[in-house]
Design a protein around this ligand. Structure first.
Ligand SMILES: [Mn+2]
Length: 312
């Protein structure tokens, strides 16, 4: 049971732990394994739940289940590609590769959180009464985080229902969403560069999105940018000449973009109705990097289709 290489967010972390727990109940020996650093979405309280990854090093002959990742460029280095037996993910782009390789053992869906898919596995196995309070709390919080408190575009009814059931099992407080996202902001602000580095993706040069793409989810994005803008810009500019930071503001349900290179601003203006002012732009809804990737892919496929239409 493992996930991506760059960093582990709460969705990947929760899925590894909770799916390993389910498989062990089903008599399949499984370990939750990752060699990636944890990012700020695994907040102080979450770490205090005393549920963690297993201290285990994969051996020759082990099989791998991937959760919350399907792009084989970004696997945890412990993974042996040919020994992957199952993929559970909600990122776009590699659906047909895995469908061909694994058939129905590839479960890649446009859904708010991979944690919802893991919840569905527990439910389908009729074992939900056995889920530990920690795993229920982890999965519920992963759903909150990845759906942006249910405001993200990919949020589905299944995510909402999974949260309700899991939050009740885990006895989470009513104000847990606000407390959780405020905690994430505090941990980001206590190590801003670390948080940027941990949640940054490098996209292919031919991508129609900025090549250096950092993202963070906080309670109050305007305050974060006001206080830390020069530190952020300085560090991102050192990573390359085409960069963007997406700060998702849960309190206001908006996305704040920070990009100083003109080329990066233009790429984003191509995909979204935004106006840049001195390197920042605000979108009146919260938008995730994977939603932007989806928009970018849609534009590529439209562009690819054009010449064919012209020829026929
Ligand atoms: Mn996820």
């Amino acid at each position: 049971m493992t996930s991506g290489s760059a960093y582990l967010d709460i969705d990947a972390y929760a899925c590894c732990i909770a799916y390993a727990e389910l498989l062990n109940h089903q008599g399949v020996e499984a370990r939750a394994v990752s060699s990636a650093p944890l990012n700020a979405s695994i907040s102080r309280t979450v770490l205090g739940w005393q549920s963690s990854l297993d201290d285990y090093r994969p051996r020759a002959g082990d099989e791998f289940v991937l959760v919350d990742v399907s792009d084989y460029h970004h696997f945890d280095p412990v993974v042996v590609l040919d020994q992957v037996v199952e993929v559970i993910d909600h990122h776009p782009g590699f659906e047909s590769y895995w469908a061909q390789k694994l058939g129905s053992a590839a479960d890649i869906l446009p859904i708010g959180a991979a944690a919802t898919q893991i919840f569905q596995r527990w439910e389908a196995a009729d074992l939900l009464p056995l889920i530990s309070e920690q795993s229920a709390a982890l999965l519920a919080t992963a759903i909150l985080d990845n759906t942006l408190n249910f405001t993200g575009q990919l949020t589905t009814q299944s995510d909402i229902r999974a949260y309700d059931v899991l939050a009740r099992r885990a006895k989470l407080a009513e104000d847990w969403p606000e407390r959780y996202f405020s905690e994430c902001q505090a941990s980001i602000e206590s190590d801003l560069i670390g948080a940027l580095a941990a949640d940054m993706k490098r996209l292919q040069a031919e991508s129609n999105l900025p090549q250096v793409f950092a993202q963070m989810t906080v309670w109050d994005a305007a305050a974060l940018i006001r206080t830390h803008r020069s530190t952020i810009s300085h560090w991102l500019a050192a990573q390359g000449g085409d960069w963007l930071l997406n700060v998702i503001s849960i309190r206001e349900c908006k996305s704040y973009f920070l990009a100083e290179p003109l080329v990066s601003q233009q790429k984003l203006s191509h995909l979204l109705p935004i106006e840049w002012q001195a390197g920042t732009a605000v979108l009146e809804r919260s938008l995730l990097r994977k939603e932007l990737l989806r928009l970018g892919l849609a534009r590529i496929s439209v562009a690819d289709a054009m010449p064919q239409i012209a020829r026929s």
